[in-house]
Design a protein around this ligand. Sequence first.
Ligand SMILES: [Zn+2]
Length: 444
Amino acid sequence: MIAPAEPLQNGQNGTSHEAQRAPRNPYAPVDDFLSNVNRFKIIESTLREGEQFANAFFDTETKIKIARALDDFGVDYIELTSPAASEQSRLDCEKICSLGLRAKILTHVRCHMDDARMACAIPGLSGLDIVIGTSSQLQQHSHGKDMDYIRRSAVEVIEYVKSQGLEVRFSSEDSFRSNLVDLLTIYSQVDKIGVNRVGIADTVGCASPRQVYDLVRTLRGVVSCDIECHFHDDTGCATANAFCALEAGATHVDTSVLGIGERNGITPLGGLMARMIVADRDYVKSKYRLEKLKDIENLVASAVEINVPFNNPITGFCAFTHKAGIHAKAILNNPSTYEILNPSDFGLSRYVHFASRLTGWNAIKSRCEQLGLHMTDAEYKQCTAKVKALADIRRLTLDDTDAIIRNFHKSIGSNDDVPLVDGLTEGEKRTLEADMPAEATSIV
Ligand SMILES: [Zn+2]
């Protein structure tokens, strides 16, 4: 058995000098001057990217509810659909800008003077997110403009937005399939004329975390402005890519609630919170009201008529459910053994699942304590064996398992034949009545 490591002290196992020279753990994280994992900002795009989700239709009232909920949660920015998209979009943009929210309100517009003028006319708007396709596919098949045209219009629009006293971000679209020299040239140019942020967008969801790290780190060396990132989840990397972007020096991450957006969407707000609280709990807890996450996700899920996925980080129905006997035993002793996230940080509770063949006597004992039933350890083990025996032949509900526990408890010291659970077949009864071998009852 290995004893727990004790810190070295003067006069104990050596001198303090020796302690200072103790070899450094080679697996410890290195100091990283590029990383912004402890000072990032969120640009929440449920009301822009999320409107592109196949099921989304947000009326004005729903948009207001979502905007207020996001503001209450503490996101830094709320991004809205372009006012040029439709007349109602323009009216909704005006309405949300008039709510007096703490979060800054942005709208996402094409790199075009007509769109920029329309957006800048909205009172209370904080800034514009300007986007244009830079990949060869988009230059060829979408807008049909070359890089010279893109550069000229970017400069014109950025200078106009700045002249109106608003923030401006310039983003390429499909950045990871754009020519690197073209990208760096245009970002450097817009940085020089005072753009607030440049944006990298993985519009098709093709980038891997390593590609993201390399591109953002390279860009960090070229521009002095902030760097915003936008990742689609087509290949399942949206949250990992956002984290890598922050490690490489990005400052802002685009999210949407539950990740809703075009196709299968972007970095989800909740998934990002799960990732970032592991990186810097104090920062995340001080900035965001995490206990509001579940309500916001339910609000958006019902607005777009979907369920919160079972495997959703933090709020999926089983995100804090522990089932295997060995896990349950350790969780009951110390939750951090099998939990990297603490459910109470999100106003949630953990649940130890005991109604299955994988249960152990520590979980059954804990359930007995919740039910106010006390037994000896040997009896807990016998009772557990009964639960496991029945769970081997059919699915157990919570009520079934509680009935077995209560009836087993009732049968202790009595000669009466107390049925452990109602509605059993003869075969099930025989299985349950059989004496369990002692070894089977000792499994945790
Ligand atoms: Zn997008």
